[in-house]
Design a protein around this ligand. Sequence first.
Ligand code: GLY
Ligand code: MN
Ligand code: MN
Length: 436
Amino acid sequence: MKQNEFKKRRATLMKQIGKGNIAIIASASHRTRNRDVLYPYRQDSDFYYLTGFNESESLAVFIPGREKGEYVLFCREYDEKKALWEGAHAGLEGATEHYAADDSFPITDLDDILPGMLENKGKVFYPMGKDSELDHKLMEWINNIRKQSRTGVSAPGELVSLEHIVHEMRLFKSTEELKLMRRAATVSAQAHCRAMQSCKPGLFEYQIEAELTHEFMQQGLRAVAYPSIVAAGKNACVLHYTENKDKLGKGDLLLIDAGVECEHYAADITRTFPISGVFSEPQKKLYQLVLDAQYAALEQVKPGIAWHIAHEASVQVLTAGLVKLGLLKGKVSKLIKEEKYKQFYMHRIGHWLGMDVHDVGEYKIKDEWRLLEPGMVLTVEPGLYIPANCESVDKMWRGIGIRIEDDVLVTANGHEVLTAAVPKTIADIEALMRGA
Ligand code: GLY
Ligand code: MN
Ligand code: MN
């Protein structure tokens, strides 16, 4: 992503903060996995969105109208020894030269410098309650300013959620963001195809996960957007199954929910396919029903349609289909009203997608479901999960879990499916798995 994009975002933010106010946001911290081993570092999405700066121990300050520069970055000073052990870091000069900060200071001087920046400001925008250390420090800084009120300085009087502004910005994807999302989608789609092609009975779920990881990394993308779910047979009925340890049974389906990140932008794809390459009759019937529900939901993804309509479309199709196949009994409208479908379809149709897989942005505005607008990206992912011990349905349906998930951009006239490159019709899946 070019620096210019981050500059544009900061300019938009500055306008919304307004002169006389200040915004503060901290980087993510490193987290220990065990003793000296750290989890892979992932920058805080909001922080990265505004700075493009990928280091921990940093803090960005935005002060509209500040004479010596509106954008201030606190970060680690360059340290040759540290660079030898931990790799390159920008240092104070790098922060201004390469990351376009107007001014930079050592993070170790934060307590000395930041209180001065807060003096005489009206509002402080910051991520309230997200980082207890920052919450605590801010209160300390503000209290210290209060103590000096006799010298004529005043402490900020209002704390405001920064997320409210930044998340609304993040909900609408720019052309530059969409380039990265398309790449994440393309590579994830290729990984799903590879998984389908390498699948055969007797392999283990983790071996299919290895195929996904192989494709992600061969394509130059190292971070998954979330732990890959590779769930064979009844494991697919566990929505967040990530153990990926079981053997692939011949007659079962395999559900894969996996997506990679490209420069902090996620893809999120689910496909469900027969381990042997050919759907059985009951699998076919349930699969086609989920696919029809997805098509019905996708039809409702266009500007001006409220967010929940796609969900309702999927509920309608799934409930009617479950009645037709005999898994539910009764009148469709009554079953929907009484939410009887929820025993088999217990999640919603999808979520916003962006830097976070379950991305930020309000779903309701003033208690009303929000209308879709061009530039929003969401997932459309209906599913059916028939528990293995579900005695109310015929045996042939039990232990089947199916989800079909695509990433969808709302366009001016409708929508574009970013992940269409992975087959999802029964014929196309079987053809790919046959090597046709
Ligand atoms: N992979 C998480 C989800 O589908 O929401
Ligand atoms: Mn999803
Ligand atoms: Mn998913």
